[in-house]
Design a protein around this ligand. Structure first.
Ligand SMILES: O=CC(=O)O
Length: 341
């Protein structure tokens, strides 16, 4: 863990894929929790890394590693957290802001892939693609004959919760399928003509489909609750590519079990990797393992984006910190690239 001089030090706390690791090592002195022979537990490793003469000023946060007060206490040298995720719910943004630590996320790297995936989940639920595939594989076609009808995507009123980078791409795709788009977000957007609902309950009551595409924070935790599901109604479908805890999962399972809604397409869950077992036998539910962001292409874009953010930070630390000290909103520090002149 001795300082090597030359390349700036970067703290890494999860194994990353080989090309990513090589690209990081090329440019930075990577202090890697998972390096061969490294045996310290995570926080002790972070503290040891922070105690060398040229301690890391930046960390790459891969996956859901939590950045909270105890993490930041262990590494007081850190001034920049570069997350490889789009959602920042595992990072205590207020605590980072208080300590003058800049935070960057994956920006728009995943947005088109996640939007494609949301449409895929919705089509799958409505047209029963996965259910029909299972039916064929288990040999039911010849034995049972008729198969239940699916439901047409075109013409559906789709209520999107969160019309950011991802939500707005979902809207564009679904418009092309002939859907009518409604949305809820913190504020109405001047750039779109879709109908805005300040209240998710009213959005659900006017929609056939709810797509959750918002960040997870205090205001959006369980934003889809029992009442919202009831307002959506028995023909309604929920798609979630945001975070599991955006939906009250226990209430979702009840609503599905009792036929209060028609189906769900879920890529994210409240207690990943745990998935409520009751969902496994529901033919009207499509389940996947938080993969909406994952494509070969997004991974290679992510590599470039992450390294770009680190390089922007190391080339212009002073300006990033000045922006912060002048009280700009944290969002304006994301991504770090925006700190470049
Ligand atoms: O869900 C994945 C992410 O936030 O990047």
């Amino acid at each position: 863990m001795a300082a090597a001089g030359g390349k700036p030090a970067v703290l890494l706390l999860r194994p990353v894929d080989a090309p990513f690791a090589a690209a990081l090592r090329d440019r930075f002195r990577v202090l890697d929790l998972y390096a061969p022979g490294q045996a310290l537990p995570a926080l002790a490793f972070v503290a040891a890394a922070a105690a060398v003469p040229e301690p890391p000023r930046a960390t790459v946060i891969w996956g859901g590693v939590r950045v909270d007060a105890s993490f930041l206490d262990a590494a007081p040298s850190l001034r920049c957290v570069v997350s490889t995720a789009a959602g920042l719910d595992h990072i205590d943004l207020a605590e980072c802001a208080r300590r003058g630590v800049a935070v960057a996320n994956s920006g728009e790297v995943y947005s088109t892939d996640v939007a494609d995936y949301a449409v895929g989940l919705l089509l799958d639920v409505l047209r029963r693609v996965s259910a029909s595939e299972r039916y064929v594989r288990r040999g039911s076609w010849a034995a049972q004959g008729d198969y239940p009808l699916g439901s047409k995507l075109g013409g559906k009123r789709v209520g999107i919760i969160g019309l950011g980078n991802i939500g707005s791409r979902i809207a564009k795709r679904l418009e092309a399928f002939g859907c009518i788009i409604h949305y809820n977000s913190r504020k109405p957007k001047d750039s779109v003509s879709y109908k805005y609902f300040p209240n998710v309950h009213e959005l659900a009551a006017e929609s056939d489909v709810l797509v959750v595409a918002c960040a997870l924070n205090k205001a959006t935790r369980h934003i889809v609750n029992k009442d919202v599901l009831e307002a959506l109604g028995k023909d309604g479908v929920v798609v979630n590519i945001g975070r599991g805890a955006n939906i009250d999962e226990a209430e979702l399972v009840i609503a599905l079990r009792e036929g209060k809604i028609a189906g769900a397409g879920l890529d994210v869950f409240e207690h990943e990797p745990k998935v409520p077992a009751e969902l496994f036998s529901m033919e009207n539910v499509v389940l996947s393992r938080h993969v909406a962001v994952l494509t070969e292409e997004s991974r290679s874009d992510l590599r470039a984006h992450t390294i770009g953010n680190l390089e922007a930070f190391f080339s212009d630390v002073t300006r990033c910190l000045l922006l912060h000290l002048h009280g700009l909103a944290l969002q304006e520090l994301i991504p770090v690239r925006s700190c470049s002149p």
